[in-house]
Design a protein around this ligand. Structure first.
Ligand SMILES: [Zn+2]
Length: 392
């Protein structure tokens, strides 16, 4: 099959030739050859690599953090995410009891065993917690009773149960045990991310020296009020050893902060994540987040009902890209890069995900761009058309 569209954020129209699940060629559009019925696209649409989300807790009513979630539900979630342009993800399990975390990871791995589409989408697992700050504010919505100091043996137990698939662990370096843990995790090839932290600037710097490589949803999971400087946000922004992920949904970070954060961290080290919860992809209304009632407002904001407090994110990646262009001076091409190539590069999975490259798997999405609205038209996963908008 052939897919025609503007390459990434550029104006150059190309034909992407796909066979056997692989991109066979990318060439300037050949207008002498009409598109066949099985072909897709046109010169008004854009093409990009399928999006890669390093942090997603659930979607479409399915919660990866619910031990009762079935493998069928997880597979349905992967299929539902195709309509947001996403083709790879790191399902994220947050702070819980050891048995709870084990069960949630086991469910995801079993889903990957049973459903090829889940196996294809799984770019690693993300353990967010439980080695985070116990303080109110930085801890966010993570349950306090299960927050604990970094414990390598405990992590190894989870990693063994997860068959070595935990690729990211988000922790706080404020614990005295943190640096030894970070050294071991880094040596084992696990990406250590700093998040939900009350660490001092010195502890942040030491964590990076020990091997920490990323900041998780920088600017969120923090105190409501902190010293203007120094503080853990400036320290992470300024440290060129750290990549950073951002939740650009218009609720977690004000537009001016998105603009400043992206400029100072730089496009090359920035990653867009959804941090979506089960209520993402659902209409406005009342939902449950674990045992907690949450409300999705018509604006897409997820609140604790009747309060102004955020209870999670209902962000979809295509929307994060549009908002990033609207709020910052990032171009469409740069916003796409932060949603595909950058996370794939950080994870080390560019052979499979995050780029449009001849000889590599055809994971791509076709979309209409009416700034700032990015509408997914079709998604191709492993060379197969898996989603096509009904109006297209
Ligand atoms: Zn978080």
């Amino acid at each position: 099959m052939k897919v025609r569209g503007k390459l990434g954020g550029s104006e150059s129209v190309v034909d992407v030739l796909i066979a056997d699940g692989i991109i066979q060629a990318i060439a300037p559009a050949d207008w002498s050859q009409p598109l066949a019925p099985e072909d897709l696209g046109d010169q008004t649409l854009h093409l990009a690599p399928g999006f890669v989300d390093l942090q997603i807790n659930g979607y479409g009513g399915v919660d990866f953090n619910d031990p009762a979630t079935t493998t069928e539900q997880i597979a349905a979630t992967v299929r539902a995410l195709w309509r947001t342009g996403m083709t790879a993800m790191c399902p994220t399990v947050i702070t819980g009891s050891p048995a709870h975390i084990n069960q949630c990871f086991a469910n995801l791995l079993r889903a990957a065993d049973e459903f090829p589409e889940v196996n294809h989408a799984l770019a690693g697992l993300h353990l967010e917690g439980p080695f985070i700050s116990p303080e109110d504010g930085p801890r966010g919505a993570h349950p306090k009773q299960h927050v604990q100091a970094p414990d390598w043996n405990q992590f190894q137990h989870w990693q063994d149960a997860a068959r070595g698939q935990i690729r990211i662990v988000t922790l706080s370096p404020e614990w005295p045990e943190a640096n030894r843990f970070i050294e071991r995790a880094a040596a084992a090839g696990v990406i250590v991310a700093i998040g939900h932290t009350a660490a001092t600037p010195g502890q942040i710097a030491d964590a990076v020296s020990a091997g920490a490589r990323m900041s998780t949803h920088l600017g969120n999971g923090s105190h409501a009020k902190i010293d203007r400087h120094p503080n853990y946000i400036w320290e992470q922004l300024a440290n060129d050893g750290l990549w950073a992920s951002f939740i650009v949904d218009g609720h977690h970070l004000p537009p001016s902060v998105v603009k400043c954060f992206l400029r100072s961290k730089g496009i090359a080290r920035s990653v867009l994540v959804t941090d979506a919860i089960a209520a993402a992809g659902c209409p406005p209304g009342q939902y449950k987040l674990g045992d907690v009632a949450v409300e999705v407002l018509p604006s897409g904001r997820v609140n604790l009902p009747g309060t102004p407090y955020l209870a999670g994110s209902a962000l979809e990646m295509h929307d994060a890209i549009g908002k990033t262009v609207a709020y910052s001076d990032a171009t469409l091409a740069e916003a796409l890069q932060m949603a595909s190539e950058n996370p794939a590069t950080l994870l080390g999975v560019t052979e499979q995900h995050g780029t449009l490259t001849v000889g590599r798997p055809a994971n791509l999405t076709l979309f209409r761009w009416e700034q700032p609205t990015l509408s997914i038209v079709a998604t191709i996963n492993g060379g197969k058309l898996v989603y096509r908008h009904t109006a297209y």
